[in-house]
Design a protein around this ligand. Structure first.
Ligand SMILES: O=C(CO)COP(=O)(O)O
Length: 152
């Protein structure tokens, strides 16, 4: 039989961010999905990233702490097309000093059409989706187009 598809492994670039009162919730979610997340490239704001590394052993590209510019750094990565999906458990009950940065990050995620989960149930939906499968079958012509796009 003629080979028309091939299987490719895709490491997605995932941003993890959580405000202080939501960090435990994010850590629980990351621990529950550790095996799957380990197949991808993780980015995070400073404190969130350090906590994820410490509590799970996963390796994370940590930016500055959020209030010190970390949200803006993640936003810049999104603008450069370097983040595929963002899990951002922001706190709806407590004000943060860098609220403009939080808004800017959420705005850029929308501008660049990045899937964003802001709570656990949405994060569960995203991680259960094909978006997170680290390998998939692809038609050879689609694969060639995919490569061309990625190398552009
Ligand atoms: O403040 C944040 C997002 O707005 C998160 O920053 P940290 O991960 O450094 O706590």
């Amino acid at each position: 039989m003629e080979l028309t598809t091939r299987t490719i492994a895709v490491r997605k670039h995932i941003a993890l961010v959580a405000h202080d009162h939501c960090k435990q919730s994010l850590m629980n979610w990351v621990s529950a999905n550790k095996a799957l997340l380990a197949e991808h490239e993780l980015y995070a704001t400073g404190t969130t990233g350090n906590l994820v590394e410490r509590s799970t052993g996963l390796s994370v590209n940590s930016m500055l702490s959020g209030p010190m510019g970390g949200d803006q750094q993640v936003g810049a990565l999104i603008s450069e097309g370097k983040i595929d999906v963002m899990i951002f458990f922001w706190d709806p009950l407590n004000a943060v000093p860098h609220d403009p940065d939080v808004k800017a990050l959420l705005r850029l995620a929308t501008v660049w059409n990045i899937p964003v989960a802001t709570n656990r149930s949405t994060a569960d939906f995203l991680i259960a989706s094909a978006l997170f499968s680290s390998s998939f079958d692809i038609d050879i012509p689609d694969y060639q187009r995919y490569l061309k796009d990625r190398l552009r």
